[in-house]
Design a protein around this ligand. Sequence first.
Ligand code: MN
Length: 252
Amino acid sequence: MEKQNISSGLSRREFLISSTAAAAGLWAMHPVFSSPSEAQTSSQFVLPILPYPYNALEPVIDEQTMRIHHGKHHAGYTRKLNAALEGYPELSRLSIVALLHNLPKLPDTIRTAVRRNGGGYYNHSLFWMAMSPEGGDRPSGMLKTAIRRDLGGYGSMREALSRAALTRFGSGWAWLYVKDNGTLAIGSTPNQDNPLMLGVSSIHGTPILGLDVWEHAYYLNYQNRRDEYIHAWWDRVNWPHVEDRYRQAVEA
Ligand code: MN
């Protein structure tokens, strides 16, 4: 279990919370959370440490882009998520996945802030882990089999995800995700939305690979050439990690 914790990029605190909440039946454990409480907890989401140096993904993603993207953008989402949850200790005890699953149930006062910043916190945590300086191989094992079964093989999957990323108007993400019926699918979401956001996002399931197509992800190096960024990005995909996520999603 500890290995899953590390490989999925969650802090130990989040992992423990996630396990505990799941075991207890998430919302049954927290039936009342509509009003801020005076009782504060010290639990806070923490910016994950990048699993490689800032320059490790060059030339595909340059060092300065990584420094700003992780150290400013991702840090900002993390800080604003914590700020939104201040005064809601019942919510602060939940995992990020539980928060995003249950956006429609959150208080009106913080729903949009959690959607934007909780989404940004989760999406970037996944993004860093799903890339590697040694990336770019091909999917293997049960993930390879599922891609062939549900998406027609690696080439078709790659083409579909690239198209979803290229045609996402404005800022957003393209996803490879596992639907609730266990099949793989490809789609995209605007802003910091993701497939975890039941009742909010038009696609629903468990993301296992995401591609950030906000301009902040590529503009310094590629300017307006999103297609070149997408094409180059495939050389950094960490398929063993994506396969771990796939296994966790279908075995959950
Ligand atoms: Mn980003």
